[in-house]
Design a protein around this ligand. Structure first.
Ligand code: ZN
Length: 342
């Protein structure tokens, strides 16, 4: 049998097999058998070797023609088979429109973010803008710029996660104040918020928690302005006519400094386990910005003066929602989180 007639036979055989294929998969198998990389058409090319120099081009041309004809035939059969398969599928399946749909579980806002959102909403009414900063800070932003000298206990390895000699995981949100003082022009009113990190973990401390930071820089700023701002905030946040008091304290970045207490929102000052029966509850620290901090950020004092305050978000959530263990917040136990669904 000549190479040419072998090729003719192959074409006839392929076409009849394609026609007989009952599914698109079977049809594809025929395609692979004849037109595949190691298929019969490739195989027949070996016949070339036995042909004369004059016969070779004609044979090559015929092979190409057969290949094209088979590919065309394949496409035609494939379209018809696929259409048939879809129709069969549609006929065999029924859609019951009365079946109930899939319900997806609905998430809710984490209590830490409920508190952050509420603080934003209260402070924005006083003209405060939201700022954020990096979690990894230069040592100088986390400490030096905030007037925390090298021998201050807050720098102790016990409290700070050091990344290398010059970088730390920020231990408070106060570096946000410095970024703002450096990049924006006073007067400034900003709220900074986010995660902070300390080498600490027990029933009332987490190694990873959240803070909120407020700063106001203007021509004339007093402790009275600070007290008024915090009193407003406490009443709005906890609700009711709660009192606020300042206790003298020390922070390197404020002078004078104070701890902020408010009437215990749980017992309204009568005394309970949350306030250790004192009727007062500590919510954070505050003070007038230390002129050294302003000077470090090239802000002229006393032309510009300011106050700053900071609260622990988890602590605010504990007081507001009566949670007794701070470690519940990062656990993400749905039984706990579902209680905060709106
Ligand atoms: Zn109380």
């Amino acid at each position: 049998m000549t190479a040419q007639s072998k090729l003719e036979n192959l074409k006839v055989e392929a076409l009849s097999k394609m026609q007989a294929a009952s599914s698109s998969q079977a049809l594809y198998n025929v395609k692979v058998e004849f037109l595949g990389k190691n298929g019969l058409l490739t195989e027949i090319m070996k016949e070339m070797a036995s042909l004369s120099k004059e016969e070779k081009p004609a044979f090559g041309k015929s092979v190409n023609e057969v290949k094209q004809a088979l590919e065309q035939a394949y496409e035609g059969f494939e379209t018809a088979l696929k259409a048939k398969e879809i129709e069969e599928k549609m006929n065999s399946e029924e859609v019951d429109l009365t079946l109930p749909g899939f319900t997806r579980p609905r998430g809710s806002v984490h209590p830490v973010h409920l508190v952050i959102n509420e603080i934003y909403s209260i402070m924005s009414r006083l003209g405060y803008a939201i700022r954020q900063g990096p979690l990894i800070e230069l040592d100088s932003y986390n400490f030096e710029a905030l007037n925390i000298p090298a021998d201050h206990p807050a720098r102790d390895m016990q409290d700070t996660f050091f990344i290398d000699k010059t970088h730390v995981l920020r231990t408070h949100t106060s570096p946000i104040q410095i970024h703002s003082l450096e990049s924006e022009k006073p007067p400034l009113r900003i709220i900074g918020t986010g995660a902070v990190f300390r080498c600490d973990s027990d029933i009332s401390h987490l190694p990873h928690f959240h803070q909120i930071e407020g700063m106001c820089v203007d021509r004339k700023v007093s402790m009275g302005d600070l007290k008024g701002t915090i009193s407003f905030f406490v009443k709005e946040f906890f609700g009711g006519d709660l009192k606020t008091r300042f206790r003298p304290s020390f922070f390197p970045f404020t002078e004078p400094s104070a701890e902020v207490d408010c009437t215990c929102p749980i017992c309204k000052g009568k005394g309970c386990s949350m306030c250790k029966h004192t009727g007062w509850i500590e919510i954070g620290g505050c003070g007038l910005i230390n002129p050294k901090v302003l000077a470090h950020a090239q802000v002229k004092y006393p032309e510009w003066q300011g106050f700053a305050f900071g609260f622990g978000i988890e602590r605010m959530a504990i007081i507001k929602y009566g949670v007794d263990d701070i470690r519940l917040f990062p656990e993400n136990d749905l039984r706990f989180l579902r209680q905060f669904e709106m």
